[in-house]
Design a protein around this ligand. Structure first.
Ligand code: SAM
Length: 272
């Protein structure tokens, strides 16, 4: 296949997804979409996009498998632990005065990020957990059901016990079954987090947060949508408040001047 045929073949699959499936590819970058589509092509032994398109349009199972492959909800408790060591300091400082501190975990996936904030606050004596109000949002209604449920399983590739290591006493915050594979977040931790469905591109603006986390979404997003998302996030952070983005994400130039780098290497910024 030459480059033009590849480009057209991929464009046809993306157009099919846009018109025929419950996924809007427009806001995602093409290389991300291509990686996921190509992975499904390898699994189904399709060598060409046209062949895959035929399979896609004739098979409910393949449409479901592609939808699953396209959803980007990989997450973990305390993802990138060094960032959480700095967030520990941020939360201790923010809660020191005893006033209400509002946190927003934007694009929270299955809830492990906002529950990490809540558990850290309960675990660390320097953070006043009672001062915290945590809002957690995601575009995906299904994943929010898992988040509200607060039950997680270790798998061959995911060790939840390992993920909870930043806590001094994990059993104070989650029930762990006898073989240490199933974890259920305690109700008192769950009560600290309000989940709601929200689209960072077209959703209603939010205001008045002291700490906003938006991590590991922007890497998948088409560059034309990044600035509007950053504008939404920046409007939500109060002066003196903090924004944290993912380890492989960067602030666009137009937004950078709104912030001081609180911890450049851990991508934590303070709003001026
Ligand atoms: C890779 S997960 C990141 C989870 C968590 N923040 C972390 O760093 O581990 C990306 C999440 O972004 C959500 N998402 C995708 N597009 C979105 C949008 N336009 N608005 C809000 N959430 C979105 C997905 O549903 C997914 O759960």
């Amino acid at each position: 296949m030459n480059r033009t045929e590849t480009g057209q073949g991929l464009a046809n699959v993306i157009e099919y997804i846009a018109n025929g499936m419950a996924f809007e590819p427009d806001s995602y970058n093409e290389s991300y979409l291509d990686r996921r589509i190509s992975a499904r092509m390898r699994r189904t032994d399709c060598e060409e996009y046209a062949e895959y398109l035929q399979l896609l349009s004739s098979s409910d199972d393949e449409r479901a498998a592609l939808l699953d492959a396209l959803s980007i909800n990989v997450t973990s408790f305390f993802r990138n632990p060094p960032v959480w060591e700095r967030l520990r300091d941020v939360l201790a400082d923010l809660t020191a005065s005893g006033g209400t501190v509002r946190c927003w975990s934007a694009a929270c996936a299955d809830g492990r990020e906002p529950y990490s904030i809540a558990m850290l606050a309960r675990d660390d004596p320097n953070i006043r957990d009672r001062s915290l109000e945590i809002t957690a949002t995601d575009i995906d209604a299904e994943i929010l059901k898992t988040a509200r449920d607060g039950k997680y399983e270790s798998t061959r590739t995911t060790d939840i016990g390992e993920q909870l290591k930043p806590l001094s006493a994990p059993k104070e915050h989650v029930d762990i079954d006898a073989d240490a594979r199933s974890f259920a977040v305690h109700d008192r931790v769950k009560r600290m987090v309000s989940f709601e469905q929200h689209d960072l591109i077209s959703g209603t603006p939010k205001r008045g947060y002291d700490l906003v986390l938006c991590r590991n979404l922007l890497i998948y997003i088409d560059s034309s949508y990044k600035t509007p998302i950053f504008e939404t996030l920046t409007a939500a952070v109060d002066a003196g408040g903090f924004l944290t983005i993912g380890k492989s994400e960067t602030l666009p130039r137009s937004i950078r001047e709104e912030y001081d780098a609180y911890d450049r290497s851990n991508h934590i910024y303070r709003r001026e």
